[in-house]
Structure formats: C-alpha cells, structure tokens
Design a protein around this ligand. Structure first.
Ligand code: GDP
Length: 140
C-alpha cells in the first residue's frame, strides 16, 4: 500500500443536479481526502486539451461539448492507492456496467454524462494534476 494522489472531476451533469456533496461523501467514506478543489467552467480549448488522448474518437466533439456545458469541480484526492481506489468507487465508464454502490451506478445519467472523471494511472494523475492545479493551489 502506498500514499498516492489522483485527479478527479465532478462533471457538469452532477453540478447541474446539485449532487456534488453526495459524490464527495462517497469518496471520503472510501478513505480518500480532498487536498485541493476548485469549481470552474472550462473553455472549449481547455476541454480539448484535457481529453486530447481521445481526439480521434467519434465521441470527442460531443464529449467536449458536454464538459463545457456547465461548471465542473476539479479535485486532487489523496489516500492509500488513491488512483485505483477512486476508479473502484467511480465504477465502470458505462453506468449500465457499473457495480452497485459505485458513483456511476447511483448517479450517472448516461455513458457520456457519467458524473465523474478519475485518472487511470499514477502517471496520468501527475499529468492531469499539473495541467489543472498550480502547486500553491494544493494546500494538502
Ligand atoms: P473513463 O476513464 O471511465 O472516464 O472513460 P474513457 O477515458 O474511456 O472516456 C472518457 C469519457 O468519455 C467518459 O468518462 C465518458 O464521459 C465519455 N465517453 C466514453 N465513451 C463514450 C462513448 O462511446 N460515447 C460518448 N458520447 N461518450 C463517451
């Protein structure tokens, strides 16, 4: 077991339905701690840069439109095996496949509007945190 940080987003479908607190409670109950957090409205360019790895995918433009459709909450989470633990609590990308009790099983609206993002590896987490937070915005 090792102490880790991961990057998390509460997506526009969740901020719109006023359920950010319920999502954060699930993360905290799983042993993850919010060590940095901010609510922002992404520009199209910011969403395109964040999801650049998906730019050849057929859903890329829809995903960018969705992620800029309302505010998001970006957060750095810390805990033992935080990357894997966050993915476990989030559930599968498609809420139809997500295990009962996971955030996506309980809250996601669709495959696209699936309420949360979480880094898929420690390297990705470090990259995503550095894209979205300055060091002095992570008080710990
Ligand atoms: P994640 O790591 O579980 O978020 O999944 P991916 O990295 O594969 O996809 C990134 C995000 O793109 C997902 O969380 C969804 O919001 C969206 N997405 C993934 N697959 C599809 C798809 O087939 N159609 C649409 N419209 N959106 C998708």
């Amino acid at each position: 077991m090792s102490m880790e940080r991961t990057f998390s987003i509460i997506k526009p479908d969740a901020t719109r339905r006023n359920i950010t607190g319920r999502i954060i409670t699930k993360l905290e109950d799983a042993g993850l701690r919010v060590v940095a957090q901010k609510r922002v409205l992404w520009s199209k360019a910011q969403a395109q840069a964040f999801y650049a790895v998906h730019k050849e995918r057929p859903f890329f433009d829809d995903l960018v439109a969705f992620m800029t459709s309302g505010p998001i909450v970006m957060q750095v989470l810390e805990g033992e095996n935080a990357v894997a633990k966050n993915r476990e609590i989030m559930g599968a990308t498609d809420p139809a496949d997500a295990d009962p009790g996971t955030i996506r099983a309980e809250f996601a609206e669709s495959l696209e509007a699936n309420s949360v993002h979480g880094s898929d590896s420690p390297d990705t987490a470090a990259l995503e945190i550095s894209m979205c937070f300055r060091d002095d915005e992570i008080p710990g």
